[in-house]
Design a protein around this ligand. Structure first.
Ligand code: TMP
Length: 206
């Protein structure tokens, strides 16, 4: 079972991932993230920091996804483990659709084509949503902002996420990230438990 956590920067999803590790410890999940912990992930972080050209950056994110699937996701799923990823392919669909706007004619179609045929589609995706002002407030408290973390970018990214959720309502669960942290954690943990019940097999294969 593959679960992904998505949302703009500042939604608190990484903090939630840490809380879920405790709440779901009996299920022994594999917690992972994109950009990942490999040298490919390091190149992605360098591309972000150096403001590489958007196509280079997008392709590095996709390369990181391939490495992540090969090293972590596929082996864990093959063992029947529950995998929870903090960011995954929808991050590309939401963010790179913005960064590639005006550079590539149909960014979302291009990004879909890049993934189709080899990626693994998540069983469930929790999309954390907050008002942009709140996300910016939370980000202000953090040092070293990335170029994605600007109002206009975040607005468009969140719109893209909501559009992705509208197009695939059986996979997406929208979570109001303004709620109390404990409430969010118990809601998400309960929803994941419901999905991993015996008999609920992976619905999607690619
Ligand atoms: P992080 O803050 O979750 O570590 O992610 C780093 C930044 O990279 C964040 O602003 C979101 C962005 N990102 C993309 O633009 N595309 C992607 O495919 C991924 C995984 C992250």
């Amino acid at each position: 079972m593959l679960i992904t956590l998505e949302g703009i920067d500042g939604t608190g999803k990484s903090t939630l991932a840490a809380a879920l590790a405790t709440a779901l410890s009996d299920l022994n999940p594999v917690f992972t993230r994109e950009p990942g912990a490999t040298w490919v992930g390091d190149s992605v972080r360098r591309a972000i920091a150096e403001r590489a050209d958007p196509v280079t950056e997008a392709l590095l994110f996709v390369a990181d996804h391939a490495a992540h699937l090969a090293a972590v996701v596929r082996p864990a799923l093959a063992e029947g483990r529950l995998v929870i990823s903090d960011r995954y392919t929808d991050s590309r669909y939401a963010y790179q659709q913005v960064t590639l706007d005006g550079i590539i004619e149909h960014p979302l179609a291009w990004l879909h084509d890049l993934h189709n045929g080899w990626t693994v589609v998540p069983d469930k995706t929790f999309l954390f949503v907050v008002p942009i002002d709140e996300a910016l407030n939370r980000l202000r408290q953090k040092n070293g902002r990335e170029h994605f973390e600007e109002r206009k970018v975040l607005e468009k990214v969140q719109e893209n996420y909501l559009e992705l959720a509208r197009a695939d309502p059986s996979r997406f669960v929208i979570v109001d990230a303004m709620k109390e942290r404990e409430e969010i954690c118990s809601f998400v943990a309960a929803a994941i438990r419901q999905d991993v019940k015996p008999g609920n097999k992976r619905r999607r294969k690619k």
